[in-house]
Design a protein around this ligand. Structure first.
Ligand code: CP
Length: 311
C-alpha cells in the first residue's frame, strides 16, 4: 500500500509497509484535537460511512461512528444482522453491493475469516476490516501502535509481552505482524492450547524476529515495557469443555505489578472479562481506556485517507 491511500481497502496489516503505518500514526496525531471536540472540521462533509456489523461491538463501531461524525460526515448501517435481509438468506456479496450503492466507505465486522477481503471484491468503495473471525483486526492494531508510540515515544526496542488467547485473538495476530516490522521484542504467554498459531511463528522465524513462548505470566512482568492482555475468546471455541479448561487462567491484580517497571503500560483491546482486576484501573500502569479512546483519531485518519480528503 502506497502513502496515497485514496480508494484503498484496509483488510490486513500485512498489506501495510512500515512507512504506511508511520503515515497513519502521524495523521492520527493531527486528528487528536478534533477527536476530543476541541477543534471542529467539516473535512468529510457530504460523505457517508456504512457500518455493517454482523458481530457485536462497542468500541470499533462507536469509535468509527464518532470519527465520522467528528469529521462532518454521515453514517448508515446496522449493529446486528438480525435486522437485515441476511435473515431472509441474502448473501454477503449482495449486502455489500447495496452498501456500495448507498455509501462512500464501508466498515465491516463479520464472524468469517476472509469476509472483508471477499467484500472488497464486490465493492467499488473502500472496505475497512473491523474484524473478520479469528483473522485480522487492522484498525485495532493501528490504534495499538499509535498508543505505544504516544506513550513510549517509540515502538522499536520495547519488550512487548502479549498474554491470553493468542490462538483465536485476531487483535494479537495483527499486532504481532505489525510489531515484527518495528524490531520490538515479543514474549507470547498462553496455555499451550492457545499459543500463537504456527503459521505466524513461522513467519516471524523467516523474518529473523526473536520471540519467547511461555505460559508463565508473573515471571515476564518485571522486564515488560508493554503488557498486552487479551480475553479468552469464548465464542470461537468449538467445545465448551475446552473453554472451561482455560477460562480465567490469567488475571492481573495490583500485587502482581509490584515488580513492574514504573513506566510499564498495560494495554487490552477490550472488552475485558476477568483478565484485569478492576483495582488495576487506578494504577499508573492502566492504559486500556485511553487506548480505546485512541481508536477515534486513528479511525478519523483512516477515513480521511481512504476518502482522499485534503485539508
Ligand atoms: N477492541 C474491540 O474490537 O472492541 P469491540 O469488540 O467492542 O469493538
Amino acid at each position: 500500500m502506497k502513502k496515497d491511500f485514496t480508494g484503498r481497502d484496509i483488510i490486513s496489516i500485512k498489506d501495510f509497509s512500515k512507512t504506511d503505518i508511520e503515515h497513519v500514526i502521524n495523521a492520527a496525531k493531527q486528528m487528536v484535537p478534533v477527536a476530543t471536540g476541541a477543534r471542529k472540521t467539516n473535512l468529510l462533509n457530504g460523505k457517508i460511512l456504512a457500518t455493517l456489523f454482523f458481530e457485536p461491538s462497542t468500541r470499533t463501531r462507536l469509535s468509527f461512528e464518532s470519527a465520522m461524525n467528528r469529521l462532518g460526515g454521515r453514517i448508515i448501517g446496522f449493529a446486528t444482522s438480525k435486522a437485515t435481509s441476511t435473515e431472509k438468506g441474502e448473501t454477503l456479496a449482495d449486502t455489500i453491493k447495496m452498501a456500495d450503492a448507498y455509501s462512500d466507505v464501508i466498515v465491516l465486522r463479520h464472524p468469517n475469516e476472509g469476509a472483508s477481503r471477499l467484500a472488497s471484491e464486490f465493492s467499488s468503495k473502500p472496505v475497512i476490516n473491523a474484524g473478520d473471525g479469528a483473522g485480522q483486526h487492522p484498525t485495532q492494531t493501528l490504534l495499538d501502535l499509535f498508543t505505544i508510540k504516544t506513550e513510549k515515544k517509540r515502538i522499536k526496542r520495547n519488550n512487548i509481552v502479549i498474554v491470553g488467547d493468542l490462538k483465536y485473538g485476531r487483535t494479537v495476530h495483527s499486532l504481532t505482524y505489525a510489531l515484527s516490522m518495528f524490531n520490538a521484542t515479543m514474549t507470547f504467554i498462553a496455555p499451550q492450547t492457545l499459543q500463537m498459531p504456527d503459521e505466524i511463528l513461522s513467519d516471524l522465524k523467516e523474518k529473523g524476529i526473536d520471540f519467547t513462548l511461555t505460559n508463565n505470566l508473573e515471571s515476564a512482568i518485571p522486564d515488560a515495557d508493554v503488557l498486552y492482555i487479551t480475553r479468552i475468546q469464548k465464542e470461537r471455541f468449538p467445545d465448551p469443555e475446552e473453554y472451561a479448561k482455560v477460562s480465567g487462567i490469567y488475571r492481573i491484580n495490583p500485587d502482581m505489578l509490584s515488580n513492574a517497571k514504573k513506566d510499564m503500560i498495560i494495554m487490552h483491546p477490550l472488552p475485558r472479562i476477568d483478565e484485569i482486576a478492576p483495582e488495576v484501573d487506578k494504577t499508573r500502569h492502566a492504559l486500556y481506556f485511553k487506548q480505546a479512546f485512541n481508536g477515534v483519531p486513528v479511525r478519523m485518519a483512516l477515513l480521511a485517507l481512504v476518502l482522499g480528503a485534503r485539508r
